[in-house]
Design a protein around this ligand. Structure first.
Ligand SMILES: [Zn+2]
Length: 269
């Protein structure tokens, strides 16, 4: 099945979004999120985009440049969140301070901050959904990593759509590329000649993920798909036993599973 029908099927089957909703696409400058924006636009969904400028030097500048080019070409309204302006800090500051204290790698810290920012901004722009570029390879990696770490329950809150229907402050996140191989996204973006930044962030410090990624790449596509199928079966069962109630962070007021959200927890140094 080609990538376009695959994405369309995922949207329909999992009811990711409908044409009445406003969808905020989180653009990173990379190929995956660019393809998400391109396809949602092509399928005539109502989309806007956001770029979170972490201010990590030339890499962020290049990404922003490509994101602007993409949004110009596709005629998508772009919001830029400047971390330096909004938080008075760049992500580098948090890597150094928070990373050391909590023994977290750069990517883990970025992940927490990005999720927090996206949810808050999506609400600000009255978006009904947030779309991200996660693909099948990313998801298989995360699922395996959670298993290797002995915490498969962490995967309970994953899938093509992540929602918490009981919470009005939580904006559901959708992953239209959930069933698409990274390799196919690469081929597609080159074919469509969309602007994007090649390669990973130069500050990636997640050697464990890299190891798992290499292992997965030694498997066939069929194997990778089977991993995701396993995940789905487990997930249905785990969703039933999941009992964490959403509450609001005592510090920032954002939805959180604990009384202080991950981002505020990290910032309490
Ligand atoms: Zn908080």
């Amino acid at each position: 099945m080609n990538i376009e029908s695959k994405v369309m099927n995922t949207i329909k089957k999992y009811k990711l979004c409908n044409k009445k909703e406003k969808i905020l696409v989180a653009l990173s400058g990379g190929k995956d999120s660019a393809v998400v924006a391109y396809l949602l636009k092509k399928f005539s969904y109502n989309i806007e985009a956001i770029y979170i400028d972490l201010r990590i030097g030339r890499y962020s500048e290049n990404c922003l440049k490509e994101v602007k080019k993409l949004c110009g070409e596709l005629q998508i309204k772009l919001h830029v969140y400047d971390m330096k302006k909004e938080m008075n800090r760049t992500i580098k500051h948090f890597w150094k301070t928070v990373g050391k204290k909590h023994r977290l790698n750069n990517c883990a810290i970025c992940g927490v901050f990005k999720k927090w920012i996206l949810n808050k901004e999506a609400r600000k722009f009255k978006a009904d959904k947030i779309a991200t570029g996660h693909n099948l390879d990313d998801e298989a990696q995360t699922f395996l990593m959670n298993i290797f770490k002995g915490s498969p329950k962490l995967s309970a809150n994953s899938g093509p759509i992540i929602k918490n229907v009981s919470d009005r402050k939580f904006i559901p996140r959708i992953k239209p590329l959930f069933y698409v191989f990274e390799e196919d996204i690469r081929k597609y973006i080159l074919e469509k000649k969309l602007p994007f930044v090649e390669g990973k962030c130069p500050y990636v410090r997640d050697s464990y993920r890299v190891e798992v990624r290499e292992f997965l790449n030694s498997l066939s596509g069929k194997d990778k798909e089977n991993i995701i199928r396993n995940f789905e079966q487990l997930q249905n069962k785990m969703a039933k036993i999941k009992d964490d109630k959403m509450q609001y962070c005592r510090i920032c007021g954002e939805p959180s599973r604990k009384n202080i959200c991950k981002k505020c927890e990290l910032m309490r140094i």
